[in-house]
Design a protein around this ligand. Structure first.
Ligand code: GUN
Length: 285
């Protein structure tokens, strides 16, 4: 039997509608418009597409987005100065510096410069620490979006085996925490894992976030498992493919996210949600 196709596009559209209504209410009741500053250094084509989509989503939800473009050769110190300026700007509630940045820019230091209360990516060590210690505040958008997809799909998580492939700060590590808080038994796999298949094939919930097209094949998936594909890989012919060999995995899995139209749209919806939450918290202080 063919697996349920988890529709991230629809889930994200529903979420964005909800967020748009909350933004409108915030404006009416408090006279405040959430503001997101998106900093793009250089001209990476994929980053330009992502950033354009972020601005468009903000506009549709009534969030004020500021488009800050810096040339490819901008010195590290100037990017730091720009972030500090945005930290002090009361109309900016969220700051996102699109990664990766050019070579001369130290991403880690840039992330550490963003005020934690404006860090809508949730990458700052303060926000990572809060998540790890069980006091989540600003949670990274992609893993937060994955949890929402699992929720709307009606997946029971308590006591389940969850395997995550990939140990990045952006997805793998925070994803592990979020699944742990929902009482999954979590296994993390990475490039040095000896027998990947051994771990993926016992997963009730399998999340892949490594950027290797077609890595997860049907023989690696347990019958009826929920498979979440975070990979977005551009193939030589220009098409997009996930980490999961969708056509064969859908014959084994219980539910699976497509690429595109699965996790991708959720990331942007959660960016809007984080910007709204940051704005609301700023009103409390
Ligand atoms: N580049 C790819 N994904 C992301 C993301 O979620 N946030 C930022 N800042 N850059 C990215």
């Amino acid at each position: 039997m063919s697996a349920e196709r988890i529709d991230g596009k629809k889930a994200a559209a529903d979420l964005r509608k909800e967020i748009g209504a909350e933004v409108k209410k915030l404006k009416e009741e408090h006279g405040v418009t959430p503001g997101l500053a998106v900093v793009l250094v250089g001209e990476d084509p994929a980053s330009q597409v992502y950033v354009r989509n972020k601005h468009r989503a903000c506009k549709n939800a009534g969030i004020e987005s500021r488009d800050i473009r810096l040339p490819e050769d901008t010195p590290h110190s100037e990017v730091v100065a720009k972030v500090k300026e945005l930290n002090e700007d009361p109309q900016v509630h969220g700051i996102l510096v699109q990664l990766p940045t050019p070579e001369q820019v130290d991403d880690e230091e840039i992330i550490n410069t963003i005020a934690p209360e404006k860090d809508v990516d949730g990458f700052h060590p303060v926000n990572m620490g809060k998540l790890l210690s069980g006091q989540p505040e600003m949670v990274p958008c992609t893993p937060k979006g994955v949890m929402h997809l699992l929720d709307v799909t009606g997946v029971e998580l308590e006591g389940k085996e969850a395997t995550i492939v990939g140990r990045s700060n952006i997805v793998g590590k925070p994803q592990a925490m979020l699944l742990l808080y929902e009482h999954c038994t979590v296994t993390m796999c990475h490039s040095r894992t000896r027998d990947l298949s051994e771990h993926t094939s016992r997963a009730d919930i399998l999340v892949s976030a490594v950027g290797v097209p077609g890595l997860i094949t049907a023989d690696m998936v347990k019958e009826g498992a929920v498979v979440i594909d975070v990979g977005i890989n551009r193939l030589d012919d220009g098409s997009l493919a996930g980490d999961v060999a969708y056509d064969e995995v859908k014959e084994v899995a219980g539910a699976v996210t497509p690429v595109p139209g699965g996790v991708g749209p959720m990331t942007i919806a959660m960016l809007l949600r984080n910007t709204l939450e940051a704005t609301k918290r700023s009103l409390e202080h």
